[in-house]
Design a protein around this ligand. Structure first.
Ligand SMILES: [Cu+2]
Length: 180
């Protein structure tokens, strides 16, 4: 099952001034610094989601993660899915694709990890009833843990590609996924 990360860090405001303008400026500054801190450790290239038809229960998101410092991907969240898990697909016996949940993904400093059809992916399950169509984008929040144990959330906007999208390398895609 998906783990809920409800750990909202309280903001430490040291300023004694609470005019709305000062607060907005301070909040904006905090947000900017936070995002820069996450982006400095992990860059995300080409995030995309395979489209889902009306009534389809699951789909998957793919992207390339490049870490400048050691970081762990511990999970993800998305408003389109009730359950989000990191999965690994691999070729099992008899040429059948099997997949398993990966509790976390360790990315070493300087390493780049490709999430792609037929391999690692972010599984979006328990989808909302609305279809996910090409031309839309799906917001996904990556839950990361830095080397010093800090939890960082990194927002990703994934473009939707057609249901039949492959990565062009001749693998079998994720069409055979079965879900609980
Ligand atoms: Cu999967």
């Amino acid at each position: 099952m998906c783990e809920k990360f409800a750990k909202d860090e309280a903001m430490n405001m040291t300023s004694g001034h609470f005019s709305p303008r000062a607060f907005a400026a301070a909040a904006g500054l905090v947000l900017t610094v936070g995002l820069n801190a996450a982006h400095a450790q992990l860059s995300i290239e080409d995030p995309w989601v395979k489209g889902a038809a009306q009534g389809q229960m699951a789909t998957a998101a793919y992207m390339t993660l490049k870490a400048t410092q050691a970081i762990k991907l511990t999970g993800a969240e998305s408003p389109v899915a009730g359950i989000v898990e990191i999965h690994q697909m691999s070729m099992g016996p008899n040429d059948a694709m099997t997949m398993r949940a990966v509790p976390q993904l360790d990315i070493a400093a300087g390493q780049s990890v490709e999430l792609k059809p037929g391999g690692l992916h972010i599984m979006l399950m328990d989808l909302n009833k609305t279809p996910i169509k090409p031309g839309q984008t799906v917001p996904i929040t990556l839950l990361l843990q830095t080397a010093d144990g800090k939890t960082v959330k990194q927002p990703v906007s994934a473009a939707v590609r057609p249901l039949t999208a492959r990565d062009g390398k001749g693998d079998k895609g994720d069409g055979g996924h079965k879900h609980h």
